[in-house]
Design a protein around this ligand. Structure first.
Ligand code: NOJ
Ligand code: CA
Length: 673
């Protein structure tokens, strides 16, 4: 086996090592090659090429530590070990049933040449659709506790690229509109960050398995050089861990086109398999809720004459869900604590005491008698410490009355969350730091013990942990539909075509589509056509999908509502037919356990005609296409309701022309005959 040593001085470098080539590993198809080397200062670097073309130029690796010398120079890359892995695993729920996990792995030991002679392993896994790498800290003398001031990992793009990104370190967490800039104009960015190279190759940099570590942002140092900047912690250390431990995987997804990023399973593959065992109790479903009316400010979360979570209103929603085949009813504002400034008073919330006009036991029994479930709600106002003090009792209560899913929330105008640190004192920390990473996983595992699924709003970013904890069923983590209720600005027409190629690469999003009442408190209201609202059920993946609008808007519009009733939330297969970041996209998905396919196409403010070859359908089989398309006058500005619903018989050799209005879309259900 090849052993190459890098050292600070030529004198300490064996001659054989000088002549040896750098250490390499390639993807199973041979297209992607990762090369480990060191720079003139003896710092380890990695570089990535595809089809012989450089994608990432040599980029640094290493750590700045607290109270001990940094770990980045005079480091030898030693003891390379390689292995290959190929398995296919099944998702309990997901955008596809089966996922192939096929990679070549290279493990090296990074060893200091001089005192204090510390060492750690660096592991690369290279797939056909990208790569992941992580650092593994062993237990060693002199470094039992590792306090990381900064991770020195870099990603240097080798050529010109357009970048789509949202800013990091801002008070409103992940709820920003995306920037589209040259890579040279990226500032502090969150991940996933998406790049389009001059030749059309697309990259997305993110992370997988963020466990007990601080979330990674990227800061541009100069030119096209981006450097990890970990989310700050309580003190000078951004991460504190007892060895042994592994960092999250740093991931680079690589695809020939934008759609290739969407169908990549790299992030999931780099997570550990399910540790919860039988998770048949985690149920994908559609739901309605006592929700949109609060965002429109016709009802309130707080108690009083306009209180939304009353027995009567909840029963009305249960009846509607039962009648229309929805699995759940979300109820917000049911518990004590919403009166006054709930943004700032997390400690006022009780997660076990209901307002007097909401009877949890009676309503959950009523729901059960109708074959639906209540979805619980825990708004914490980012007071994680207070929530943790009640969490056990709150989940016990929900388990007892039969509430199998909980939406959590971490709203805070201060931008910071309240936790109790290791010192036993109160601290205010960032949402993406190590303390909140720990907190979220604690919530998910405590909930799992009671067979409860978690849908976190204002969450920590998604890094694929749903594979390990399949009860982490969805989350928010971007501007959702709520911005169309009160945002100023609301979500622009390009927003969802942006999310598909950015935020959604991380995992499912509880976006809450399906609004027909287009006039709201936001200046432009809901800036899409009706057909686009329907298409979002296929375009935006989430195993729980809300029908977000007021019930009366569905009752008044049974035609388009039919698609929301029909569309599944759990899929056998997913494909992208076309798409460009922030412009348009067409996805098709096959329902789990059935023969029907669904298509969703959306555009930004530009009208477009997209071609959809139906070669995904079973050859030789006939299908009835139930088409929900923009009408001739449709436009997101003033004719949003113009929708045409029609049927056609089609087969796999047909190609459809999808005519999308400005801000429009199209939804199709292909019913196998
Ligand atoms: C923000 C969430 O995204 C929204 O869905 C919820 O209604 C409010 N917080 C109140 O918890
Ligand atoms: Ca939110």
């Amino acid at each position: 086996m090849l052993i190459r040593l890098f050292a600070l001085t030529v004198l300490s470098l064996p001659l054989t090592a000088l002549a040896a080539p750098p250490v390499r590993v390639s993807s199973p198809d041979g297209r992607i090659v990762v090369e480990l080397d060191s720079d003139p200062d003896g710092r380890p670097t990695y570089a990535v090429q595809r089809d012989g073309k450089p994608l990432l130029a040599p980029s640094r690796l290493g750590f700045l530590l607290v109270d001990t010398p940094k770990l980045d120079r005079a480091i030898a890359v030693t003891a390379p070990r390689t292995r290959s892995f190929d398995e296919t695993w099944e998702q309990p729920w997901g955008e596809r049933r089966r996922i192939r996990n096929h990679y070549n792995e290279l493990r090296v030991t990074l060893a200091e040449n001089a005192k204090p002679r510390r060492h750690l392993d660096l592991v690369f896994r290279v797939y056909d659709d990208g790569l992941g790498f992580r650092y593994e800290f062993p237990r060693q003398e002199g470094l039992p506790t590792v306090r990381i001031r900064e991770e020195l990992t870099e990603f240097t793009l080798a050529g010109d690229a357009t970048a789509w990104w949202i800013p990091a370190g801002e008070w409103n967490r992940e709820e920003y509109l995306y920037h589209r800039t040259p890579v040279e104009a990226v500032g502090d960015a969150q991940t996933p960050i998406t790049f389009r190279l001059a030749d059309g190759t697309h990259l997305s940099i993110h992370e997988a398995a963020l466990v007990d570590y601080s979330g990674m942002n990227l800061t541009r140092v100069e030119g096209r050089r981006l450097k990890a900047s970990l989310t700050p912690g309580i003190d000078g250390a951004k991460v504190t861990r007892e060895a042994p431990f592994n960092t999250p995987w740093r991931t680079v997804q690589i695809a020939d086109d934008a759609g290739g990023l969407v169908t990549s399973s790299l992030i999931l593959n780099l997570n550990e398999p399910n540790v919860l065992g039988d998770v048949s109790w985690v149920k994908p479903m559609k739901y309605v809720g006592v929700w949109w009316e609060m965002h429109l400010d016709t009802k309130t979360w707080a108690s009083g004459p306009r209180h939304g979570a009353t027995n009567e209103n909840v029963m009305k929603h249960i009846d509607f869900a039962a009648k229309n085949g929805f699995g759940g009813v979300l109820v917000e504002g049911w518990n004590v604590g919403w009166d006054g400034d709930w943004f700032g008073n997390g400690e006022d919330f009780s997660f076990t005491r209901s307002y007097p006009d909401f009877d949890l036991e009676k309503l959950s029994a009523y729901a059960k008698s109708k074959g639906v479930v209540l979805i619980g709600h825990h708004e914490t106002s980012a007071n994680a410490a207070h929530y943790e003090s009640q969490m056990g009792a709150a989940f016990d209560l929900y388990q007892r009355v039969g509430v199998p899913a909980v939406k959590t929330g971490y709203v805070s105008d201060a931008g910071q969350a309240k936790v109790i640190g290791a010192d036993g004192k109160v601290h205010y920390v960032w949402h993406e730091g190590q303390d909140l990473a720990r907190h979220h996983l604690k919530v998910v595992t405590e909930a799992a013990r009671r067979h409860i699924a978690i849908n976190a709003h204002e969450p920590i970013k998604d890094t694929g942990l749903r594979r390990t904890y399949p009860n982490w069923i969805s989350r928010e983590g971007a501007r959702g539909m709520e911005y169309n209720a009160w945002g100023n600005p609301g979500n622009p027409p390009e927003h969802e075509a942006m999310l598909v190629f950015t935020r959604l690469l991380a995992g499912p999003m509880d976006f809450t589509p399906g609004v027909f009442g287009m006039k709201t408190r936001a200046p432009d209201g809901v800036a899409t056509t009706w057909a686009k609202q329907l298409a979002l059920y296929v375009v935006i993946y989430s195993p729980i999908q809300m029908a977000a609008d007021l019930l009366e808007n569905y009752e008044a519009n049974p035609g388009p509502f039919q698609f929301i009733k029909d569309v599944p939330v759990d899929w056998e297969e997913t494909r992208v037919l076309n798409g460009e970041v922030g412009d348009y996209v067409t996805l098709v998905r096959k329902e789990r356990g059935g023969d029907n396919w669904y298509l969703g196409a959306i555009t930004d403010e530009e009208p477009r005609t997209l071609k959809a070859p139906l070669s995904f359908l079973d050859p030789g089989r006939r299908y009835t296409a139930q088409i929900y398309r923009d009408g001739p006058m449709a436009d997101w500005k003033d004719r949003r309701e113009d929708i045409v619903i029609e049927e056609r018989e089609v087969g796999s050799t047909d190609t459809l022309e999808l005519k999308l209005a400005p801000g429009g879309g199209q939804a199709i259900r292909f019913v196998a005959r």
